[in-house]
Write a protein that binds this ligand. Structure first.
Ligand SMILES: *[C@@H]1O[C@H](CO)[C@@H](O)[C@H](O)[C@H]1NC(C)=O
Ligand SMILES: *[C@@H]1O[C@H](CO)[C@@H](O)[C@H](O)[C@H]1NC(C)=O
Length: 301
């Protein structure tokens, strides 16, 4: 009698264990596990190496190269909010060594950039290639030394119909020398607001069809906050060859912040219906360090 009761208890325990094995992890596991974060907008966020060592992110984008083209008056300027630039090259190599690619975003919220001629676009390509990527033209200063970045991101808050980001994108794509000895893949991405159709200067680049990823910001923009489901469907249907990431803010104080619970129940499952869903993008490392937002939502990516 006692032994059969023990048997029943043991079977129940085993059943419970199986139930949690099946139900527990399956519910919390995302689709790709990919989380991209922006770094470089606040010195208090800590170093790039620290960001990579959290183990929370799979891709980091340094922001921003915020002066270039005609409105940059022939200058290029990298603004990483007072982070000491000296150590960044070694940090990039460290991140790459532990499997986290690092790319550079151009543009941002300032007004000192534009790309209103084909020549300006070719010049910017030349500068990016020699200052941050595989080039090494004598006389071009390399802020991160011999660290070779993994890609370029377009974060174009403003522009005009005359901008030629398509020329830049195509030139970069030509140098995506995946598979060649000594070469490495170049990740081309863009991080626009989620509005659709995209602004003309963004569309010109995305329409080339060669962007690997687009991160759609669904925060800090009334239209995106209200209609992002619709916009997501429009973008993912229009650009089949590009992978799409949901851009979220890690700051509760920012308009359009999404509670992790709603990422779990709505944002992630809705976005993942698209077969070109790529993952999540988090703005930014500084807010994330304060809130630990990604430590929760990464399980839903
Ligand atoms: C940006 O342009 C403004 C004027 O248009 C200028 O005062 C400012 O110094 C520029 N910033 C940089 C970083 O070049
Ligand atoms: C975030 O995580 C860090 C390190 O684990 C911790 O010190 C901090 O209190 C956490 N912040 C919040 C808001 O949970």
């Amino acid at each position: 009698m006692a032994s059969s009761r023990r048997l029943i208890a043991a079977s129940l325990l085993a059943l419970t264990a199986i139930f949690f094995l099946l139900a527990g992890p399956a519910a919390a596991t995302g689709k790709t596990g990919q989380v991209t974060v922006f770094w470089g907008r606040n010195k208090a966020e800590g170093s790039l190496r620290q960001a990579c060592d959290t183990g929370t992110y799979t891709f980091v984008i340094i922001s921003f190269l915020n002066v270039f083209g005609h409105d940059g008056h022939g200058k290029y300027h990298l603004d990483i909010s007072g982070h000491p630039i000296a150590g960044v090259g070694e940090d990039i190599k460290h991140c790459q060594y532990i499997g986290i690619p690092v790319s550079l975003s151009i543009g941002g919220f300032g007004n000192n950039y534009s790309l209103t001629s084909k020549q300006a676009a070719l010049d910017l390509f030349d500068y990016l290639w020699n200052a941050f990527l595989g080039g090494g033209k004598p006389g071009t200063h390399r802020p991160f030394g011999d660290a070779w970045l993994d890609g370029v991101d377009l974060f174009l808050e403003h522009g005009t119909a005359a901008d030629r980001y398509d020329v830049l994108a195509l030139e970069l794509a030509k140098h995506n020398i995946r598979g060649l000895a000594g070469g490495k893949p170049l990740h081309l991405t863009a991080t626009p607001r989620c509005g659709f159709p995209p602004a003309r200067w963004v569309a010109t680049a995305v329409d080339t069809g060669i962007l690997e990823r687009v991160h759609l910001r669904i925060y800090d923009d009334g239209d995106c906050e209200a209609y992002w489901h619709l916009r997501w469907d429009q973008w993912t249907a229009a650009y089949r060859a590009t992978r799409f990431y949901v851009g979220l803010t890690a700051s509760e104080m920012t308009h359009g912040w999404v509670h992790p619970k709603n990422v779990y129940y709505d944002v992630a499952p809705s976005a993942q219906k698209a077969d070109n869903y790529g993952g999540l993008m988090i703005w930014d490392r500084y807010y994330d360090k304060l809130s630990n937002y990604t430590s929760i939502v990464k399980y839903y990516a």
